[in-house]
Design a protein around this ligand. Structure first.
Ligand code: HEM
Length: 509
């Protein structure tokens, strides 16, 4: 008997196509099932609140809050800022996965929608802080490498940098009415760093060591720009709102950007008018003009170099001096090394290879007080899988270098300042070791590292070699408040203000 004869004719018409479709349906169901099964879960994390997500759990010291959350939720966490996923890596393994294994997928930058508004002048700020590592980004990286941070260019500017540091030491040694005076360390080092960068950019000092000059207020404006750009933006938290500038941020950022660029636009214009072949010494502005960069692009690059390079230098110096004052044994060892190796009052960059303890002091300072404790926010340009979890496309990615560098499982007595730990490890700044990477690692590795590794140790050594430092009112340095705050950079909440007592009868600077 034909089994189909039992089926009414209309149904029989449908029966055969269905039979034919069954294998297809089966395959579809199977692939759907296996793909859902294969898709790893999202990383664990604290439950988000409605609308704001975990925003209020981060507070003013997000590196500390996130380190505490990682103790509960593990080394790879998912939080939500509004509706946007935020992934946080807090172990060497997570750092390696993010900064090395999946570096291509996770090296985008997370840039506020306000800056991304197409056609706006702020759009050009994406040059290096570019949201993707594309050709435009590669062009900027390459000109940085050849014309700003190459060994050849840095070597040609040694004399300028050493002169700026001598000016700083001379200024610190000045007495007011025959009296020594307290010095705000971060402030004076900031002015020195501004001039080192401005001389490399346009061959001009921007400020004197009181902060007066064409560049007066530069860092206040750069800081305000970074603060405003980093403020939680509705458009960033809720993608659907990103077409509107609901908080009026674009106008505010444009105002600050215009004021900052006003410092150098005339200087760049003058250079552009004189570009009839290289005249005399070539600075970075000349190189950019000759390579066809527009004024808007030059403004964006300069703004970025001042934002990234100044406070990181001055904050590191301030933390180093503070730690050395609080740790007299380390201070003594450093002084001994300097007295043995340095004959006059001047420290030169060429002395650095002979000063291993100085190098260890700087490394230890950057372990405890990295200027970028969470690096700069990265972005997932595509979905990927990390440590068995799915990282959604467009997630913001942070790596908590601060937490890793203080992890008691990785570091002996991690909260103490012990430069000796670096004397025998061979750890360097290059980001190849995922227990210690204060300059980041991979594609977004800090391009300023070659400059910072020359300037910062020479400044620290010059301050220690030429002066004893005491606190006003002869307060015991052990009482110094070490609380930090995270602005553009991780800063000492209470700036160090100390009295320099010259260690020489006369300084030959
Ligand atoms: C002690 C000094 C410094 C430290 C510890 C430091 C650290 C860092 C870190 C952690 C990053 C982010 C890496 C990432 O997101 O993966 C970064 C990026 C950057 N730094 Fe530095 N930095 C220092 C000095 C400088 C200096 C002196 C300059 C230039 C004058 C500079 C220019 C930059 C730039 C342009 C970026 C962005 C790179 C990009 O997005 O591709 N930095 N730095």
């Amino acid at each position: 008997m034909n089994p189909t004869s039992l089926i009414p004719t209309e149904s029989a018409n449908l029966f055969f196509p269905l039979i034919l479709l069954l294998p297809l349906l089966f395959i579809l169901l199977l692939t759907h099932h296996t793909s859902t099964k294969k898709q790893p879960p999202l990383p664990p994390g604290p439950s988000p609140w409605p609308i704001v997500g975990n925003l209020f759990q981060l507070g003013k010291t997000p590196h500390i809050a996130l380190a505490n959350l990682a103790k509960v939720h593990g080394p790879l966490m998912l939080l939500k800022i509004g509706t946007r996923p935020l992934i946080v890596g807090s172990s060497p393994e997570a750092a390696r996965e993010i900064l090395k294994t999946h570096n291509r997928s996770l090296s985008g930058r997370s840039i506020s929608h306000t800056i991304r508004i197409k056609g706006s002048k702020l759009h050009n700020l994406q040059l290096v802080l570019h949201d993707e590592c594309n050709d435009k980004w590669r062009r900027v990286k390459s000109i940085y490498k050849t014309e700003f941070f190459s060994a050849k260019v840095l070597e040609s500017q040694v004399e300028m940098r050493e002169r700026k540091i001598r000016e700083l030491v001379r200024y610190i040694g000045l007495k007011e009415d025959g009296q020594v005076r307290a010095v705000k360390i971060k402030e004076v080092v900031t002015f020195t760093a501004i001039n080192i960068v401005s001389c490399a950019l346009v061959s001009r000092d921007f400020v004197d060591l009181e902060g007066r000059g064409v560049g007066e207020g530069l860092m206040e404006n750069v800081r305000r720009f970074a603060e405003s750009a980093a403020k939680p933006q509705l458009g960033d938290m809720f993608g659907v709102l990103s077409w509107w500038d609901l908080q009026g941020m674009y106008k505010e950022l444009m105002g600050i950007f215009g004021r900052v660029c006003g410092i150098w636009v005339g200087m760049v214009e003058e250079k552009r008018d004189r570009q009839d072949g290289a005249l005399g010494g070539r600075d970075f502005a000349d190189a950019l003009i000759q390579s066809g960069f527009s004024d808007d692009q030059i403004n964006a690059l300069f703004m970025e170099l001042f934002s990234a390079g100044i406070e990181s230098t001055s904050a590191t110096t301030e933390w180093a001096l503070t730690e050395l004052m609080r740790n007299p044994e380390s201070m003594e060892k450093l002084r001994e090394e300097l007295s043995k190796e340095i004959t006059g009052d001047i420290i030169k960059e060429s002395d650095l290879p002979n000063l291993p303890y100085l190098d260890a002091c700087l490394k230890e300072t950057l372990r405890l007080h990295p200027p970028g404790p969470l690096l700069l926010p990265h972005r997932a340009i595509e979905e990927c899988q990390v440590m068995g979890y799915t990282i959604p496309k467009d997630s913001q990615i942070l790596v908590n270098m601060w937490a890793i560098a203080r992890d008691p499982k990785l570091w002996d007595d991690p909260l103490s300042f012990k430069p000796e730990r670096f004397l025998s490890t061979g750890m360097d700044y290059m980001g190849t070791d995922f227990e210690y990477f204060p300059f980041g690692s991979g594609r977004r590795f800090c391009p300023g590292q070659p400059l910072a590794s020359r300037v910062v140790p020479v400044i620290i050594a010059s301050l220690i070699h030429n002066f004893d430092w005491v606190l006003p009112g002869n307060i015991d340095p052990a009482q110094i408040n070490m609380t930090d705050k995270l602005d553009m950079t991780m800063l000492k909440q209470e700036p160090l203000c100390a009295i320099p007592v010259s260690r020489r009868e006369t300084m030959k600077l």
